[in-house]
Design a binder for this molecule. Structure first.
Ligand code: CP
Ligand code: NVA
Length: 325
């Protein structure tokens, strides 16, 4: 059974295959082919143990636009929230639906879930990884002419000259930083990560990224200096400093992240055609200034919209992979 839990479990060609599906689906969508039956008459269950705007809507609309439907299950409404085990929940839900997306806390909860599920499972965000977001992010890069693979250009893209990605992530070494590490190390591009001291990515995930980079040729650098990381970068990105579940750390984290706000002065040190990405939700004045997120280089709303097409690409890919078996 093929699942989509983290990019660490995907090969480069699988990631490119998902991107090709996403590009094809978006292209057809833009040509008014709104319903493409890759998930016809199927049902996606979406389990949310944390809040969501983009992930929930893009999966729900995405399942519909692939000819199927989706059920939203928040842990306030299902017995999982009252202590029913992950094992029993996985067995029961997967006996009734065709695919499951789950957003939860520790990644190990998803891995446990998968052991007992007999349908494909998608990670809609865990404390450690947010892989569906990265497909939308890379799709947005491709559309802006930034791609590791010059063959991977969206037919509806505006740019003609292709630039190799030089991605700079400034912020918390969390699920988004980890996911950028997996994407860069699998596809083979340059990634600089700047975090405050003590907020570096997890060591086991860094080790994995360095291991994958040996084969892919990715160049990965870590620093505690946003200025060093941003120089010549053509993709500049960040994430909230206070992830879901960390609300009680807000006061101390705001102090520790001083100097890490991406503002216009910092942006000037990157490539002058750099794009700014943010998975959202954004907190203006903290990880990014209002001027940057609302500025010309910001592609955050294209990126959010691309979640819809990326989600459909992932569901189409999983449908095809699991049919083959
Ligand atoms: N970026 C993202 O996953 O947004 P939501 O939390 O709104 O789903
Ligand atoms: N790091 C953030 C991402 C939100 C999409 C969180 O986990 O809350």
């Amino acid at each position: 059974m093929k699942h989509f839990l983290s990019l660490k479990d995907c090969t480069k060609s699988e990631i490119l295959e998902i991107l090709k599906y996403s590009i094809e689906i978006k292209h057809r969508f833009l040509n008014n082919e709104r319903i493409i039956p890759y998930f016809k008459d199927k049902v996606l269950a979406m389990i949310f143990e944390k809040s969501s705007t983009r992930t929930r809507i893009s999966f729900e609309v995405g399942a519909y636009q692939l000819g199927g439907s989706a059920i939203f299950l928040s842990n306030k409404e299902i017995q999982l929230g009252r202590g029913e085990s992950i094992q029993d929940t996985a067995r029961v839900i997967s006996s009734m639906v065709d695919m499951i997306m789950i957003r939860t806390f520790e990644h190990s909860r998803i891995e446990e879930f998968v052991k007992f599920a007999n349908v494909p499972v998608i990670n809609g965000l865990s404390n450690e990884f947010h892989p569906t977001q990265l497909i939308a992010d890379y799709l947005t890069m491709i559309e802006n002419g930034i791609s590791e693979d010059s063959n991977l250009i969206a037919p509806y893209s505006k740019r003609e000259s292709i630039k190799k990605p030089v991605v700079c992530y400034i912020g918390d070494g969390n699920n988004m930083a980890h996911s950028w590490l997996m994407l860069a190390s699998k596809l083979g591009f340059e990634l600089r990560i700047a975090t405050p001291k003590g907020f570096e990515p997890q060591k086991d995930i860094l080790d994995l990224a360095f291991h994958f980079s040996k084969e892919s040729g990715a160049k990965i650098e870590l620093t505690n200096s946003p200025k060093d990381a941003i120089s010549r970068a053509n993709v500049i990105t960040t994430d909230t400093w206070i992830s879901m579940g960390q609300e009680n750390q807000k006061a101390s984290k705001l102090k520790q992240f001083e100097g890490f706000c991406i503002d216009e002065n910092l942006m000037k040190l990157g490539d002058k055609e750099a794009i700014f990405l943010h998975c959202l939700p954004a907190y203006r004045g903290y990880e990014v200034s209002n001027e940057v997120i609302e500025g010309k280089q910001s592609k955050v709303f294209d990126e959010a919209e691309n979640r819809l097409h990326a989600q459909k690409g992932i569901m189409a890919f999983l449908g095809e992979q699991n049919c083959k078996k």
